[in-house]
Design a protein around this ligand. Structure first.
Ligand code: CP
Length: 370
């Protein structure tokens, strides 16, 4: 058994952690992380609330938690902290029963860069699931083999199944058409870097966002989690416009959340009428329906010639199909690459908080206890 207090003495954070140089200029949007934390200390008390917690839904986060995680992520993006070994001695199991490029690899990168260890299951068919073993039985083994489970699954009720026996924290990395809460954290991390003023609950006149969603929150888990987390930033959002070919793109539960939040929203089929008013466009076209992937909202496509507002940014959880033309990649509308790249740092911030390893961070971290 590792004595954590003794270990944290031995691994005292490096006093001279190095600042990382920002990359060379490019047309593609790559917002600087510094403004998020440099004059705005990270509130450790808020992050300590996450210690030992599972992450199952975007609904469970408070606005303060999202903001403090984003500030810590910005610090981690800006400062080289490998020498602090924040996850030393911790073992994460990435159990992916459905394909993934970004989520699994960014979580594994996050853990390994923090000096934790990984047991990687990139394909559910390599487990007893192939022989009919239940997730609740597998959970019993995961309790013994790891300190946290990061799971993606095709079944929406997979989270309920594994939680029956799991006693270590679970991170839901996408459950069927359910949710993808850490994707929403990555989305909001990108938005807060782009517009640090969104932290302010009393935005200056004319600074609130018009948010457009090209997709169906009811069947696209990333869209749903993004929308649910956006409700926390209601004070900064003028209107949400959902552009969908479906008559009712929301599930009943999401409608309840929208009504409770009292946010202005509208649903339309007409992209041309609304595009030029949107500040942020969140798009996705691939949905998991029943037992297969389907392309929804396939008639809504964006490219360099689309009538976008000059300052508008596009978010996309990726993978993309033909709804997002690569000719937008090299334009200032492209926030989607920053969104994907920043996922490593927001996941690092989350893992450090869940494992209660905030005290391993370098002493120069701008933070306060309250
Ligand atoms: N954003 C996202 O969930 O991507 P992957 O499916 O590649 O993990």
């Amino acid at each position: 058994m590792v004595d954590e207090s003794q270990q944290s003495e031995e691994l005292k954070p490096n006093q001279v952690a190095q600042y990382i140089e920002p990359p060379a200029d490019s047309d593609t949007l790559n917002p600087e992380p510094g403004p998020l934390f440099e004059s705005n200390p990270i509130r450790l008390k808020v992050l300590r609330e996450l210690k030992g917690k599972s992450v199952l839904s975007a609904r469970q986060f408070t606005r303060e938690q999202v903001i403090e995680l984003a500030k810590l992520a910005a610090f981690l993006e800006k400062v080289e902290i490998a020498s602090c070994h924040p996850l030393d001695g911790k073992m994460a199991i990435t159990a992916f029963f459905e394909a993934s490029t970004r989520t699994r690899i960014s979580f594994e990168s996050a853990v390994l860069r923090l000096d934790g260890k990984i047991i990687s299951i990139p394909e559910g068919g390599s487990t007893g699931a192939k022989k009919g073993e239940s997730l609740s039985d597998m959970a019993e083994m995961f309790n013994a083999y790891g300190d946290i489970v990061i799971m993606r699954h095709t079944e929406t009720d997979s989270v309920d199944q594994i939680m029956r026996n799991l006693r270590v924290p679970l991170i839901n990395a996408g459950n069927g058409s359910g949710e993808h809460p850490t994707q929403a954290l990555a989305d909001w991390y990108a938005l807060l870097k782009w517009r640090p003023d969104l932290i302010d609950t009393q935005p200056t006149r004319g600074k609130s966002l018009n948010l457009g969603i090209l997709g169906t929150p009811g069947s696209m888990r990333a869209v749903k989690s993004f929308l649910l987390m956006s409700l926390l930033f209601q004070a900064n959002i003028g209107r949400v416009t959902v552009i969908s070919e479906m008559a009712d793109p929301f599930g009943a539960d999401v409608i309840d959340d929208l009504k409770q939040a009292g946010i202005n929203y509208e649903v339309t089929h007409d992209i041309q009428q609304h595009l030029a008013q949107l500040d942020v466009i969140y798009m996705n076209s691939i949905a998991f329906l029943g037992d297969s992937y389907r392309k929804l909202d396939s008639r809504y496509k964006l490219n360099r010639k689309s009538a976008l507002k000059k300052e508008a940014v596009i978010l996309h959880p990726l993978a993309r199909a033909d709804e997002l033309d690569p000719d937008l990649d090299d334009t200032p509308h492209n926030l989607y690459f920053a969104q994907a790249h920043g996922a490593v740092f927001i996941r690092q911030a989350l893992l450090i908080s869940i494992f209660g390893r905030l005290d391993r961070l370098p002493s120069q971290i701008p933070s306060i206890e309250s």
